[in-house]
Design a protein. Structure first.
Length: 182
């Protein structure tokens, strides 16, 4: 085998990685290559409280909310203090803080609407973040979770927001405890 043919597998691998945009790791799939268009603090995470209000920033604890299909979720809200942008992709990723175990991820596309000067756009309704049943072996009851949201438009990073909260089941809800304990 010649020196030229011995180097072909390595060259092929490098070309594949270059053509695919490199390795995609990290919460936002590797798109963090640059400064976000929005300033820090422009995108915020909050939670919808049981009375229909908004809690910003993210509260210290989040109560499991039963879903229509038998699982549990938390209702989140996004707030943006930036000019209007249509078709923004909001990707969320939830991990357990103590070991970075993946709990949930998802994506929604919404338009950030124009608001009056000095006010902020808030997601038009609760963003349902599915939590339970959890992946096998991943307990989230009483655990601190990290919530990260990345906003992009056509591949451009607009902004990021993170928040931490402890996930709780209602005290007498044995079903929640059983399916949220991995």
């Amino acid at each position: 085998m010649s020196a030229l043919t011995e180097g072909l597998p390595v060259l092929f691998l490098l070309l594949c990685l270059a053509g695919c945009g490199g390795l995609k790791d990290g919460p936002d799939g590797g798109r963090d290559g640059g400064t976000p268009r929005w300033a820090d603090g422009t995108l915020e995470l909050g939670a919808e409280d049981p009375d229909g209000g908004a809690g910003f920033p993210l509260p210290a604890e989040l109560q499991a909310t039963p879903g229509a299909q038998g699982g549990f979720h938390v209702p989140m809200l996004y707030r943006v203090t930036a000019p209007a942008v249509t078709g923004v992709s909001f990707e969320h990723r939830v991990t357990r803080v103590r070991d970075d175990a993946l709990v949930s991820k998802g994506k929604r596309t919404m338009s950030v609407e124009a608001v009056a000067a000095g006010q902020a756009w808030t997601s038009p309704g609760a963003i349902i973040i599915f939590i339970c049943p959890t992946p096998v072996g991943v307990n989230v009851v009483g655990e601190e979770l990290n919530f990260e949201v990345t906003a992009t438009k056509s591949g451009e990073l607009l902004g990021k927001a993170t928040g931490r909260a402890v996930f709780r089941c209602a005290p007498a809800d044995g079903f929640c405890a059983s399916i949220c304990s991995g």
